[in-house]
Design a binder for this molecule. Structure first.
Ligand SMILES: [Zn+2]
Length: 61
């Protein structure tokens, strides 16, 4: 489910690194002068899930 801005509850565009706090564009802009602290929220793609890459390599005898 989409993350919401902690302040105005709009759809969040940014989350604080290492935290569950999320902000929309405007609130991120108002509250953080340095957006480097924030991570852009990835919108869910059509598949909804990222497919795990299978890395199991058969062991050679
Ligand atoms: Zn907001």
């Amino acid at each position: 489910m989409p993350k919401k801005c902690m302040i105005c509850e709009k759809e969040a565009s940014y989350c604080v690194r290492g935290s569950s706090e999320c902000y929309c564009d405007e609130c991120a802009d108002d509250n953080f002068s340095d957006l480097e602290l924030l991570e852009k929220v990835e919108k869910e793609d059509k598949n909804g899930k990222v497919q795990a890459v299978q890395q199991s390599i058969p062991q050679q005898p």
